[in-house]
Every structure is written in structure tokens, then in C-alpha cells.
Design a protein around this ligand. Structure first.
Ligand SMILES: Cc1cc2nc3c(=O)[nH]c(=O)nc-3n(C[C@H](O)[C@H](O)[C@H](O)COP(=O)(O)O)c2cc1C
Length: 239
């Protein structure tokens, strides 16, 4: 995620990446310790952390490592996402010291926050990164307060799921990269609609641009969200 890289740029430490969307990665295998700093970045889906990310983060063992929370959202709202992320990581043994909500292009309705993070966002996120780094350098372990409510808002996913069209060559890339294994490897033109979380990964990586959502449903959704999503939202830092 671009915003995570911008934050990490300010940290004067060598960084390693763990891809939470990779089904073959066992998140339990990382032996974190108190000296580690983890930027944990998730998108906001329906104002919540995607279920698949919760399951993978919940298996991690923080062992007192400090965590910087980052939520990317598509210019509507992120509601309970930061709180859910903080609670999940705290339960997993992390010490949550800072949080950022960053606006990023909406991956379904790309007219919202189109092209973001842009240059202004980049400068802001780098600046956030420097401030977080200062806090980390000072060695403080004050737990960050983040907005959100518990019980979290209900989110049951979206009724629209991407489908492969005639130009699908069955190359299998989408099946390989789907974060929830919703596309069968032997017949990638199909989608397990119960498992699919409409994350849009398959749509964005398909070399043939064969996978798409129903454009009428997307247009209807965009019409509903137009009012709340059009105005530019700001990035936020919580320390
Ligand atoms: C299924 C789904 C639900 C989303 N729900 C929200 C939302 O509730 N609020 C919002 O502002 N953006 C929402 N978005 C937009 C994403 O938060 C935004 O595009 C984010 O940057 C996606 O990051 P990614 O491309 O790394 O998945 C949603 C996107 C998807 C795919």
C-alpha cells in the first residue's frame, strides 16, 4: 500500500514487508519482539477491517512490538476500522502507539478520491511518518486513542462480485492472487461468491481486463454515495 511506504520512508530503519493478502503466508511464523516496529496497513471495507485481515492479524504474536496502525479508505468514512484494528493487534500482543487514516482512491468507484494519494497526500503522509518516528525514538509506549465504536458497525459485504468475461484466457493469475481463495485454480472464470469480499484485486491484476463488476450496480452504488464521497477528506494522524 502506497501510504504505508510513505510512512515507512521516514523511519530510518531497514524494513521488511509481510503481505497479509498472500494466502500462503502463515502470519504466526513471525517472531516479533519488543524492539520491533510494525506498520500494519489495512483498507476500510464498510467501515471495518476486512475479515480475512482480522483472521491473519489475530494469529500474529506481537510480544510487545510497537505497532503503527494505518487505515486506507476511499473518501467516504472509516468508522470503526481503526478501533477494530487496534483491538485486534492489542489482543495479539502489540503495543499500538500511533495511527493514521489515509485517503486512497476508491477501488470500486474510482471516481471517488481518484488519483489519491496525490502530491499533497504524499507530503502529509511523509510528515506524519516523521512525527511518528519522533515518538518512537523517544521510546514512549503511550497507547494511542483512535475513533470508533464498539460493538462495531455491521458489515456483511457487498452484493456485487466480479465475473470473468469472454476475454478470460484462464491464465490463473487471479486465482493465485485472490486473498480469500474465492477463484478456483482449475476454472478461474468462476467465483465463489460466498467467499469473495469484492476486494477488486482480481479486477485490477487481470492482464486481459476480463474480470469486471456489473457496471449498473456500480453506477447505482456511486449515485448513492456521491454526496458523501465527493468532498475531499483529509488524512488524519493520531499520536
Ligand atoms: C468492498 C469494499 C468496501 C469499501 N468500503 C469503504 C468504506 O466503507 N468507506 C470508504 O471510505 N471506502 C471504502 N472502500 C474503499 C477502500 O477503502 C479504498 O479503496 C482502499 O484504498 C482500498 O485499498 P486497497 O486497494 O489496498 O484494497 C471500500 C472498498 C471495497 C473494495
Amino acid at each position: 500500500m502506497q501510504a504505508a511506504e510513505l510512512l515507512a520512508d521516514a523511519f530510518q530503519e531497514p524494513a521488511a514487508q509481510i503481505d497479509l493478502t498472500d494466502v500462503s503466508v502463515d502470519t504466526q511464523q513471525y517472531p516479533f519482539s519488543e524492539g520491533d516496529i510494525c506498520i500494519v496497513a489495512v483498507p476500510s471495507f464498510g467501515g471495518r477491517v476486512p475479515n480475512a485481515a482480522i483472521a491473519r492479524l489475530g494469529r500474529m504474536r506481537g510480544n510487545g512490538a510497537r505497532a503503527v496502525l494505518l487505515v486506507a479508505y476511499g473518501n467516504r468514512a472509516y468508522e470503526d476500522t481503526l478501533l477494530e484494528l487496534k483491538n485486534t493487534l492489542t489482543d495479539a500482543g502489540f503495543c499500538c502507539v500511533a495511527a493514521v487514516a489515509a485517503v486512497a482512491e476508491h477501488s470500486i468507484m474510482r471516481q471517488f478520491a481518484s488519483g489519491r494519494p496525490d502530491r499533497q497526500d504524499e507530503a502529509e503522509l511523509r510528515n506524519f511518518g516523521r512525527k511518528i518516528w519522533q515518538k518512537l525514538q523517544a521510546g514512549t509506549k503511550t497507547i494511542v486513542s483512535v475513533p470508533g465504536n464498539f460493538p462495531y458497525r455491521e458489515y456483511g459485504g457487498l452484493p456485487m462480485k466480479p465475473k470473468a468475461g469472454m476475454s478470460c484466457t484462464k491464465c490463473g493469475l487471479c486465482a493465485e492472487k485472490c486473498p480469500v481463495g474465492a477463484i478456483p485454480k482449475e476454472s478461474p472464470e468462476k467465483t465463489d461468491t460466498a467467499a469473495c469480499m469484492t476486494c477488486m484485486r482480481c479486477v485490477s491484476i487481470c492482464p486481459q481486463h476480463a474480470r469486471k463488476l456489473n457496471s449498473l450496480l456500480v453506477a447505482a452504488g456511486a449515485q448513492k454515495l456521491k454526496k458523501v464521497c465527493m468532498e475531499r477528506k483529509v488524512n488524519e494522524l493520531f499520536l
